[in-house]
Design a protein around this ligand. Structure first.
Ligand SMILES: *[C@@H]1O[C@H](CO)[C@@H](O)[C@H](O)[C@H]1NC(C)=O
Ligand SMILES: *[C@@H]1O[C@H](CO)[C@@H](O)[C@H](O)[C@H]1NC(C)=O
Ligand SMILES: *[C@@H]1O[C@H](CO)[C@@H](O)[C@H](O)[C@H]1NC(C)=O
Ligand SMILES: *[C@@H]1O[C@H](CO)[C@@H](O)[C@H](O)[C@H]1NC(C)=O
Ligand SMILES: *[C@@H]1O[C@H](CO)[C@@H](O)[C@H](O)[C@H]1NC(C)=O
Ligand SMILES: *[C@@H]1O[C@H](CO)[C@@H](O)[C@H](O)[C@H]1NC(C)=O
Length: 350
C-alpha cells in the first residue's frame, strides 16, 4: 500500500536507504544543527536532563509542517520525523540523514569502585585487578543503581512512545561489554515497539569502550555473551575471544576515533534504517561525537543523547590515518594511599 506523505505525518519511517560507497569514497559526517538542545553551545551537559526535556528535542517548527495533516494534533516528534523523511527524500544521492539515539550504560561495578577508591587509586592500582574480593569489575556488570537507571530510561521510552509517538529505533547495536548488553536489554524490554522493528540488537566490537588496559574494558567470550543474551545477534566476523584488550596498555584517543569512524562507516554503508539505537560507553560516545563534529557533551551513567547526522559521500581520498601503538599504563605495585590524596597520577603509590 502506498502511503502519502502529504496526509500522514507519522508515515516517516521509509524512503531512506543506505548510501552506496565505493572503495575510494570518503564518508564525511556533520551534525544537523538547531534540532536538539544537546547540540546548543549554551546547554550545560552536567546539569542537563534528557528525560525532562523531551530528549532535548527543541520546540520549533519545520519547513515541512504544513504538509503534516493528521486527524490528531501532530506531536513535536512526529513533525520532526516528517521533516527527516523529507530531508532524505530530497537529498542528493550521496547524502543521507540518520538519527542516532546513543545511550550510555547504567552504573557498573567499575564506576562504583572508581567512586569508592577515588580516581588516582583506581587508575594506578584497582582498575588493573578483576575485583576486590567483594565486588567484581572485570567486564563489569550493572550495580542495583545501574539497573534502576536503565529501567528509568525504559519508562522514559514508554512515555515517549505513548505521548509523543516518537520514532523508535529501526535497528539496534550494542557494545559487547556486559554492562551495555544488560542496559540495552532493560532499556528496550516490554516496550510497545512496531512489529517490523523488534528489539534484536547486533553486538559490534567497535562500539566497545576505549580499550584502556583496565579489566572492566576486557570483554567476555562470544559463547558467554550468546548464552547470557540469546536473542542478540553478532556482526560478521565477531571473534570468540577478545584479541584487542591488552593488560597494562591502552589505545590512544586518536586510535579510538579511527575505529569509531570505521564502525560508523559500516553502519551508514550497510543499514537502511533512519532511526538507530546504540548502547555504548561514555568514552566511546565521546569519540563518536568527535567523529561527527558534535560539541563535547558528557553523559552520566544511564544518560542518552540523540544526534541527527548528515552523511555525505565525498569523491575524495580519505585523510590518511595511522594507528598509534598502545601506550603503557603507570601503576602502583601495592594499593595506594587513598585518603585525602590529591595526586592524580601514580605519585600516590606507597
Ligand atoms: C555547568 O554546571 C556545573 C554544575 O552546576 C557548573 O559547575 C559549571 O560551572 C557549569 N558550566 C558552565 C559552562 O556554566
Ligand atoms: C516545549 O514546550 C512544552 C509545552 O509547550 C514544554 O513543556 C517543554 O518544556 C518545552 N520543551 C523544551 C525542550 O523546550
Ligand atoms: C569493593 O569495592 C566496592 C565498590 O565497587 C565497595 O563497595 C566494597 O566495599 C569494596 N570491598 C572491599 C573489601 O573494600
Ligand atoms: C532480556 O534478558 C532476559 C534474560 O536473558 C531475556 O529473558 C529477555 O528476553 C531479554 N529481553 C529482551 C527484550 O531482549
Ligand atoms: C568463556 O567465558 C566463560 C565466562 O567467563 C568461561 O566460563 C568459559 O570458560 C569461557 N570459555 C572459554 C573457552 O574460555
Ligand atoms: C566534512 O565534515 C566536517 C565536520 O565534521 C565539516 O566541517 C566539513 O564541512 C565537511 N566537508 C564537506 C565537504 O562536507
Amino acid at each position: 500500500m502506498l502511503v502519502s506523505f502529504a496526509t500522514l505525518c507519522f508515515a516517516a519511517l521509509s524512503g531512506a536507504a543506505s548510501i552506496v560507497t565505493h572503495n575510494n569514497d570518503y564518508l564525511n559526517y556533520t551534525v544537523v544543527p538547531g534540532l536538539f538542545l544537546q547540540d546548543d553551545p549554551s546547554t550545560n551537559a552536567s546539569t542537563f536532563n534528557f528525560m525532562t526535556t523531551n530528549f532535548g528535542l527543541i520546540n520549533r517548527t519545520y519547513p515541512t509542517d504544513d504538509t503534516c495533516k493528521e486527524g490528531h494534533q501532530a506531536t513535536q516528534w512526529e513533525r520532526f520525523a516528517h521533516y527527516i523523511a523529507a530531508l532524505n527524500r530530497e537529498a542528493p544521492q550521496n547524502v543521507e540523514y540518520k538519527l542516532l539515539y546513543m545511550g550510555r550504560h547504567g552504573e557498573g561495578w567499575h564506576n562504583a569502585a572508581e567512586s569508592y577508591y577515588g580516581t588516582p587509586a583506581w587508575n594506578c592500582y584497582w582498575s588493573e585487578k578483576d575485583g576486590n574480593g567483594t565486588a567484581v569489575w572485570a567486564d563489569a556488570h550493572l550495580t542495583a543503581n545501574g539497573v534502576s537507571q536503565a529501567l528509568a530510561v525504559n519508562a522514559f521510552w514508554a512515555s515517549l512512545i505513548t505521548d509523543q509517538r516518537i520514532p523508535t529505533p529501526e535497528s539496534y547495536y550494542t557494545s559487547p561489554l556486559t554492562r551495555c548488553l544488560a542496559t540495552a536489554n532493560l532499556t528496550f524490554s516490554g516496550l510497545n515497539l512496531p512489529q517490523k522493528h523488534p528489539f534484536i540488537p547486533e553486538v559490534k566490537e567497535y562500539f566497545r569502550e576505549g580499550i584502556s588496559g583496565h579489566t572492566c574494558d576486557r570483554r567476555s567470550n562470544k559463547t558467554y555473551i550468546h548464552n547470557a543474551f540469546p536473542t542478540y545477534t553478532f556482526e560478521k566476523g565477531f571473534a570468540e575471544f577478545d584479541h584487542l584488550w591488552e593488560a597494562l596498555h591502552g589505545e590512544t584517543n586518536a586510535d579510538q576515533d579511527i575505529r569509531s569512524k570505521k564502525v560508523l562507516d559500516d553502519v551508514f554503508g550497510s543499514d537502511q534504517s533512519t532511526y538507530i539505537g546504540i548502547t555504548s560507553h561514555s568514552g566511546e560516545i565521546a569519540s563518536i561525537l568527535r567523529v561527527l563534529g558534535h560539541q563535547v557533551f558528557g553523559l552520566s551513567t544511564g544518560a542518552a543523547i540523540p544526534v541527527l547526522v548528515k552523511a555525505t559521500v565525498l569523491k575524495a581520498s580519505p585523510p590518511t590515518t595511522t594507528y598509534q601503538p598502545f601506550t603503557s599504563l603507570s601503576t602502583c605495585a601495592t594499593a595506594p594511599i587513598t585518603t585525602a590524596s590529591t595526586c592524580d597520577d601514580c605519585s600516590c603509590c606507597k
